[in-house]
Design a protein around this ligand. Structure first.
Ligand code: ACM
Length: 379
């Protein structure tokens, strides 16, 4: 039966952790996904057919993402899926979608240096967050960086790039430490003693999940001053700030394409819609926003193709523009990543980020850093 003659739902897979140490951020990506799906369905679905999410909870375990991706494609007959925060979970899903020809929509910043015809990347690549954050930190705070990350592929690879930028621009990495993914609070105490001894100008964090809360709380307990030695991060969003406490997060910096507080009309209606659904005390964040807009890009493409076939969808989505809450964005046809905005924010007492930098237009995705000299010209 052709899709024009049916009202059967379009089934799509959704894989975000609702339990375990990554739920603090992945739960918000699930919410962003469902907010978009419900919005689309309330407007009649896509060509008269509703979107039907098939949702699994991989429980913060990377291998479970791979297992559920396979289940989605083999048992549930799903070819398109939205999901994954950590790069280890994306890497567990990759062989599944590549072998079975599925399409993963991945709404999270990551380390770059990857291309798959079976993935649409809608989070920031390093040229869209690390480069400008590094420049700003060196100008405003100094050249001595201490790197702290969770121990898995994203922080190590992201720090390889950040380290190169820092060193090639006349700076110094005075420490580099990784803690296990679900490290508890006590594990941050010896680390903070080490940071104190190293006397950095900036602590650069790629810690993710619940551990983020422990990092900032321990920093706070040790009496550091964010005005002097801030924690600068690519992974700390409004969600982690809410979990750690607004007073603990205040003054620290994050590089991201989107913050709730960016203030444009499109974003205001998105924030209003989200708060109506989940409560006035709940904030949007960059990962949630990408999870939201990527479903809309998918639906807009599906409206044209009227086919969920991976090859047809992928060909058609390339070059698509969309008016996202962060601003106008586009799926870059060269690399299947998204041209996004670059911003740096400083957390305030209300748990929101005040903008300290904003690009004048969207920044082309350059996941292999081809257009960058790896040097901020300070050397
Ligand atoms: C990440 O693991 N891509 C944040």
């Amino acid at each position: 039966m052709s899709s024009g003659q049916t009202s059967e739902p379009w089934r799509v897979g959704v894989l975000f952790s609702q339990s375990g140490f990554m739920a603090v951020i992945e739960e918000t990506q699930l919410r962003g996904t469902l907010t978009a799906i419900d919005e689309i369905n309330a407007n009649g679905g896509v060509n008269g057919r509703p979107l039907e999410p098939v949702i699994y909870d991989p429980g913060s375990e990377a291998r479970a993402f791979g297992r559920y991706a396979r289940k989605l494609m083999i048992e549930d007959g799903v070819s398109t899926m939205f999901g994954c925060y950590t790069s280890s979970s994306r890497r567990a899903v990759l062989p599944v979608v590549e072998r079975l020809n599925g399409l993963l929509w991945y709404p999270t910043l990551y380390e770059g240096f990857e291309f798959s015809p079976n993935v649409i990347y809608t989070g920031a690549a390093p040229n869209q967050n690390s480069v400008e954050l590094c420049r700003l930190l060196m100008e405003a705070y100094g050249r001595r960086f201490f790197f702290i990350g969770s121990d898995y592929v994203y922080p190590r690879e992201s720090n390889r790039i950040m380290g190169e930028l820092v060193r090639n621009s006349g700076g110094e990495v005075v420490g580099e430490r990784y803690l296990r993914l679900n490290a508890d609070r006590s594990e941050f105490q010896p680390l903070m003693r080490e940071v104190k001894a190293a006397q950095p100008d900036v602590i650069f964090s790629t810690v993710v999940g619940d551990s983020t809360v422990f990092l900032y709380q321990t920093y706070h307990d040790f009496g550091f001053n964010p005005k002097v030695v801030p924690i600068a991060s690519l992974t700390t969003t409004e969600a982690e700030i809410q979990a750690m406490g607004f007073d603990v997060g205040e003054g620290h910096l994050t590089g991201a394409p989107y913050f709730q507080g960016i203030g444009n009309d499109r974003n205001s209606s998105f924030v209003e819609l989200y708060k109506k659904r989940y409560g006035d005390d709940q904030s949007t964040n960059m990962c949630l926003e990408a999870a939201y807009f990527q479903v809309h890009i998918f639906a807009k493409t599906l409206e044209q193709t009227n086919s969920i076939d991976t090859e047809i969808m992928r060909t058609s989505v390339m070059g698509s523009e969309f008016d996202a809450p962060q601003g106008n964005i586009a799926v870059n046809p060269v690399c299947g990543h998204t041209d996004l905005w670059t911003r740096v924010g400083r957390a305030n007492r209300q748990g929101q980020f005040d903008l300290v930098y904003e690009s004048s237009s969207r920044v082309k995705a350059d996941p292999y850093l081809i257009g960058y000299s790896r040097n901020l010209a300070y050397a």
